[in-house]
Design a protein around this ligand. Sequence first.
Ligand SMILES: C[S@@+](CC[C@H](N)C(=O)[O-])C[C@H]1O[C@@H](n2cnc3c(N)ncnc32)[C@H](O)[C@@H]1O
Length: 197
Amino acid sequence: MSDVSRETSERLHDYARLIEKWNPRINLVARSTLQDISDRHIRDSTQLAALAGPVTGKWVDLGSGGGLPGLVAAIHYADQPVDFHLVESDQRKATFLRTCSRELSLGRVTVHAARIESLIPAAADIVSARALAPLPLLMSYVDRHLKQGGTAWLMKGENWQDELRDAQAQWQFRYDAHPSQTHQNAAILEIGDISHV
Ligand SMILES: C[S@@+](CC[C@H](N)C(=O)[O-])C[C@H]1O[C@@H](n2cnc3c(N)ncnc32)[C@H](O)[C@@H]1O
């Protein structure tokens, strides 16, 4: 998304600075990748906003860590009627996410310092996750929190096809695999209509 507003681009810039500031203390992204936070991490997560298009309702990001992709999506959708819920069990990371939400003036972000498996089912319109768990396990998380008719956006690495096969042994779902624009052979899986096999 190159045609973002000045406000969005300033928020993305400020968010990158916050990650740089906090990373030495709580390891939000691998130290070796800190140099290209904007290119590697933020641009990667920005792909979701481009793919998902206009959305409304409730967006739940699972295992948000430093806010990828949930906080980046919240920045892109700051002017739209979407409530973001970021789920992160690590208290220090949850504190970081709350700090970002406050400092970037993102009024529609709620941070849950909780485990995905114990949080009350969210009935979300959208569920997202990046680098959280292998797809078969991830499907159980998504199944818990996605409402019927909702869409999950799962950012997977180069083994996504193997993971997909494993997941299909346990779950039924429709999917579309969108090639990642930032990581070779990686994919963003668009998933819906989930049920147990
Ligand atoms: C590898 S990190 C990825 C973070 C971020 N999504 C990213 O792409 O940079 C996985 C994150 O999920 C959190 N996490 C793992 N299992 C979880 C669970 N069951 N409930 C809540 N958070 C969890 C971890 O604390 C960690 O911050």
